[in-house]
Design a protein around this ligand. Structure first.
Ligand code: SF4
Length: 481
């Protein structure tokens, strides 16, 4: 049993994220009084504000006995939003430090559990200057110097690539896949579910897209991304329909990407359809070049099919992204490098190195996880991958983290010079609005002056999306019109 008492229940789930960095548990019991349980780990967190300062104290108990504690203090700024942010940070930092002092192993990103450390660094630099932001990350959040340099390098890569204020991005989601990967937590439906639904979905999507021009409010589309799922899982006729509509919206855009993804869905005819639509970038994802692992993670294609699909795609002149994953079951650093080196040889425009995240909605979460490498064993392969990519001339240009990610690490996109994907930068750094269409797609409107973001999330369930399309469209209109 793992339990938590906090005087600031508003931050309960944020504090739980810190606890999960060290304690392997999904369920954390919320206590109503600061009395530790006699069994398992328990955090008791207390918070006070006086004289313009927050004081946050975290005590860690094991089987009822105090094993470590930490007190963190910081200014309590005026302004509701800033004040709440500072309080949350104080709570998280004190809990992280109490855990660190007991467990002894520092996390690479310290107490940061958010998705976008580079955005935090960017915003902090704007507020505190470069040195102030560096101090905040290294000395308050306890980010390791290596990860700080990594994040700083990414910001340097992004300099000059930011969107203009009158630009936005468009995302179109195709929620179909030929099989479901064992680590997948996306809205993706396999043939047993989407049999017959594809036709209905495409009509609904086309209807939803009828609003697109009005929703842009006259702003220029800078990048358009057709993702999923696997867009190339669609029939050729449906792919033509979606991409023709996408091409209308992408006219004059800097970038038009179609995520092909699964090599077993890529055919010469589908590549021709993508090419004819004007898209210049696609993904052909390997994940691993080990056939045994591919079977284990529920992907139906083989390594051979990846190479065939890649060379076919390359013959059409696309800028190609290839995804690989560190921390897959049965794989170690050597295995990851055996995947990475042949991919580097292919010289794709982008290589994205993911770290396995075992999300609740994935098959892995429900299965026996013994074959998965330990969290600590995932850090080394990631470091080696980064070194190999840098030696080959690639540079990390965007990154993000996910919940339940192995070793509290990150996903990072690497690019050859001049080939960075703008959509990935915009989306991960939240630099411009995103108009998103399709099941589970999330539109974002960013109110820069007020430092806030509003989202309109489309329904994730396919049947409900079809039934409640009017609501879906209305929600987006309310956000953008
Ligand atoms: S290809 Fe992507 S969206 Fe489809 S099942 Fe695999 S992880 Fe999920």
């Amino acid at each position: 049993m793992t339990s938590l008492y906090t005087q600031t229940p508003l931050f309960f789930s944020d504090i739980c994220e810190e606890m999960r960095l060290y304690i392997d548990t999904r369920r954390i019991e919320q206590l109503n009084a600061p009395v530790p349980l006699e069994e398992g780990y328990c955090v008791v967190h207390e918070m006070s504000e006086s004289g313009g300062r927050f004081s946050s104290r975290a005590a860690l108990y094991r089987d009822g006995k105090l094993v470590s504690e930490n007190r963190y203090e910081c200014p309590a700024p005026p302004g509701e939003l800033e004040n709440k942010r500072a309080a949350k940070r104080a709570a998280k930092i004190s809990v992280y430090r109490a855990l660190l002092s007991h467990f002894g192993t520092a996390m690479p990103w310290g107490s940061l559990t958010g998705v976008r450390p580079t955005k935090l660094l960017r915003d902090s630099e704007a507020l505190l200057g470069e040195e102030g932001a560096k101090r905040l990350l290294l000395h308050d959040f306890d980010v390791s110097p290596g990860k700080y340099d990594f994040a700083k390098g990414i910001l340097t890569m992004q300099a000059g690539l930011e969107p203009r204020p009158d630009e936005l991005d468009v995302y179109i989601g195709i929620p179909f896949c030929v099989t479901r990967c064992a680590y997948c937590s996306f809205a993706s439906f396999t043939p047993n579910v989407f049999k017959g639904a594809e036709e209905q979905y495409i009509s609904a999507l086309m209807e939803e897209l009828e609003d697109a021009e009005a929703l842009t409010g006259g702003r220029r589309v800078r990048a358009l991304y057709v993702g999923g799922g696997t867009p190339t899982a669609l029939s050729e006729a449906h792919l033509v329909k979606v991409l023709q509509r996408a091409a209308e919206l992408a006219r004059g855009a800097d970038e038009f990407t179609v995520e092909a993804g699964r090599p077993d869905t890529i055919t010469a005819e589908k590549l021709r359809i993508i090419k004819d639509s004007g898209a210049g970038r696609i993904s052909v994802n390997a994940q691993t070049l080990c056939d045994e692992t591919l079977v284990r993670i529920g992907r139906r294609h083989t390594t051979r099919e990846f190479f065939d699909a890649y060379s076919l795609a390359a013959s059409y002149g696309f800028d190609i992204n290839v995804d690989v994953i560190a921390g897959l079951p049965g794989e170690n650093a050597d295995r990851l490098m055996e995947t990475l080196y042949p991919i580097i040889e292919l010289a794709p425009a982008n290589i994205t190195v993911h770290t396995l995240a075992v999300k609740r909605a994935s098959a892995f979460a429900a299965a026996n996880m013994e074959a998965l490498p330990t969290d600590a064993a995932t850090a080394k392969p990631l470091e080696l991958a980064c070194q190999a990519l840098e030696q080959a001339g690639y540079r990390a240009y965007y990154m993000y983290r996910q919940k339940y990610m192995k070793g509290s690490l990150e996903n990072a996109g690497y690019t050859r010079p001049g080939k960075a994907c703008l959509y990935n930068i915009d989306n991960m750094e939240e630099l411009c609005d995103v108009l998103a269409f399709g099941v589970g797609a999330i539109s974002k409107r960013i109110f820069f002056d007020e430092s806030r973001i509003e989202r309109a999330a489309n329904i994730k369930d396919l049947r409900m999306y079809l039934e409640r399309l009017d609501d879906v469209m209305e929600r987006k209109r309310a956000l953008f019109l």
